[in-house]
Every structure is written in C-alpha cells, then in structure tokens.
Design a protein around this ligand. Structure first.
Ligand code: GTP
Ligand code: MG
Ligand code: ZN
Length: 313
C-alpha cells in the first residue's frame, strides 16, 4: 500500500496540481472517480485540503478533496467555451481559491484606471462568502497619496481597510507584509494592476513573471496564467491569481445584493416596504441616506447597476 499524506494544493494547472505535504511538493492528478462527486463546482483548486497517495514514480494521486469552509468564486465568463465547464445541466462555478482566510483586492490608482464597479462586485462576493476583505490601492506613485485617497477613501469611510502601496517607492509594502503570516490570503483583481509585482517585492527571490509594459491598458493581456499559493511562513500562504476582466456572480440573487453592501445593509430593514428596491418606493431609508449624503452615490449607483445586470442575466 502506497503512503498517504494530507496536503494543500498550492498550484493548479490544466488538470495537474502541486500539493504541499510532509513528503515535499508533489505533482498530482485527480483520481478518476472524484470527477463525478461535485456537481456544481471546480473539483480541486488552490487552497483545497486534500489527501494524496504517493506513487513509486514520485508523483501523486489526489484521493480526496476535503470539504471547503468557503470559496472565492465567480460564474465563468460566458464568451469563452473552455472556461465554461458544465456537468450535465449544472453550471459550474469557477473557484478562484478555496478556503481563503482573507482576500486582498488589488486595484491600481492608474494604468489601468480603477474599475470601482468591479471592486464593488468583489466586495459583494467576499461578503456573501464571509471572507474578510482588504483593499490594496497599488501604483500610488503614479497619482500621489491625495488623489489615491479621493478614489479609494470612500471605502475607508464605510469600514474597509485600504492599503496604499507602490512597488516603485515601496510605500505600504511593509504594511501589506505584516498582514500575511499565519493565514491563507489571496490577491485578486484586474490584469496589470501589479499583483505579481507586489509579491515579488515582498519576497525578492520569488521571480514571478510580471508584465514588462507598465502602461498596460490593453485588454486581454494576462501575465499570470495559473493561480498559485506562495509560502510566507509556517501557516502563511498568499495566492497570486490571474487578472480578471469580468466578475459575474454565482449563486447571488439580485434581491439579496443590498445585504452585501456593508453600509446599506443596516438600512434595509428600515425601509417601509420589505421588498423595497430603493428606487421609487416611499419612505425608503436607503434613498433618504443617499440624499443626506450619508451613503455615497457611487456605491448606491453601483448597487442599482449590479441589480439590473443580474436581473437581465
Ligand atoms: N508605476 C508603478 N508600476 C507598477 C507598480 N506595481 C506594478 N507596476 C507595473 O505594472 C505592470 C503590471 O504588473 P504585474 O505585476 O504583471 O500585474 P498583475 O496584476 O500581476 O497582472 P496579471 O498577472 O496579468 O493579472 C508591470 O509593468 C509592473 O512593473 C507600482 O507600484 N507602480
Ligand atoms: Mg500577475
Ligand atoms: Zn429602500
């Protein structure tokens, strides 16, 4: 009988998985029968805790994927057939990482222009999955701290922690570094915002591939192609993930979106109608708060836009 080990998937690349365990880093494949177990989700990805069997040739077979406590996931983009896995009639969620303890959503202050609508979507997904969220506003060197604050400050006002970082002048890097030990974190965001560069700056010998062009406003450029977890210390890992262009919700209904906007959620029960859409209804606590300047119009519009998009889907 071959030896078995409990381990953590740290890299996932087209059906091959690198598993970190007592026996080292083992290249593994999934056991065939596992393919039928889960109907609506990626079977295995980074962050999954697994049981592997070590074979004579030094590779391994993943025999069991342990239940996930939470996932950061989206609905796969519909314009790419390869990324749209289906199992019979079920649409399958694309898991960016399994079991994250926190998510760090990275956006650049400039190049590319920050897409706050996408940030709001990330925050909704994190809230829906009970993943603590931190915002990293990178490339602050390009706009200066004051301008960066005028873009991202509203998130601080509603209680999120915002790190202002630059890999050029090293601002905020130490702060980012102190947040990583002892837990599983994920860096996620659009392409070209500097996720891999941030990790190379934190861990200088890492050598992750980064885009050579700093002004990467062309769409479709993806420098990081496979997600992977990088070890920070004994229990501390941080995931570098490929940049996303779209972030569609999986399993989040339009009516529940207001509950995932942290500053709007507490007002919802104060609206006169329990099914209030916060648009035309009388005595809407949300609209009142927007009119009084207590809720940012950017966030309010973001909620309405998300709900419309989701209703159409
Ligand atoms: N000015 C400036 N440029 C930066 C900073 N951080 C990263 N860059 C540049 O931004 C470009 C993109 O960086 P990457 O690290 O490849 O971006 P990424 O988020 O990993 O992109 P994907 O892997 O495609 O998702 C590179 O040319 C970096 O040199 C920064 O703080 N300031
Ligand atoms: Mg990258
Ligand atoms: Zn309302």
């Amino acid at each position: 009988m071959n030896k078995q080990y409990a381990g953590l998937i740290i890299k996932a690349q087209s059906g091959f998985f690198t598993v970190h365990c007592e026996a080292g880093r083992i290249e593994c494949r999934l056991r065939g029968q596992l393919n039928h177990k889960r109907l609506n989700t990626d079977l295995a990805t980074i962050g999954d805790k697994v049981i592997i069997e070590l074979l004579e040739d030094g590779t391994g077979i993943i025999k069991k994927v342990c239940d996930r406590n939470r996932v950061l996931a989206r609905r796969p983009p519909s314009n790419t057939s390869v990324n749209k896995p289906r199992y019979k009639d079920h649409e399958i969620q694309q898991v960016l990482i399994a079991n994250p303890d926190q998510a760090i959503f990275v956006f650049s202050c400039q190049d590319p222009t920050p897409n706050l609508g996408m940030l709001d979507r990330f925050l909704v997904i994190a809230a829906a999955n009970e993943i603590p969220a931190i915002i990293c506003a990178n490339k602050v060197d390009l706009v200066g701290t004051k301008n960066a604050g005028s873009i991202f400050g509203l998130y601080q006002d509603i209680g999120y922690r915002v790190l202002y970082t630059s890999t050029v002048d090293k601002q905020g890097i130490q702060e980012l570094k102190t947040m990583l030990p002892g837990q599983i974190s994920v860096l996620a965001g659009p392409s070209g915002v500097g996720k891999s560069t941030l990790l190379n700056t934190i861990k200088p010998n890492l050598g992750l591939r980064v885009s050579e062009i700093s002004n990467s406003n062309s769409t479709g450029r993806h420098t990081t192609v496979y997600p992977q977890l990088i070890q920070i210390n004994d229990q501390g890992w941080v995931a570098d993930t490929p940049g996303l262009q779209t972030l569609d919700f999986f399993d989040i209904e339009p009516e529940e979106l207001d509950g995932y906007f942290v500053e709007i959620a507490p007002l919802v029960s104060k609206c006169a109608f329990s099914n209030c859409t916060h648009t035309h209804e009388p005595n809407c606590a949300v609209v009142t708060a927007v009119n009084r300047g207590q809720i940012s119009e950017i966030r309010y519009n973001s909620l309405l836009q998300m709900r419309n998009q989701n209703t159409q889907e």
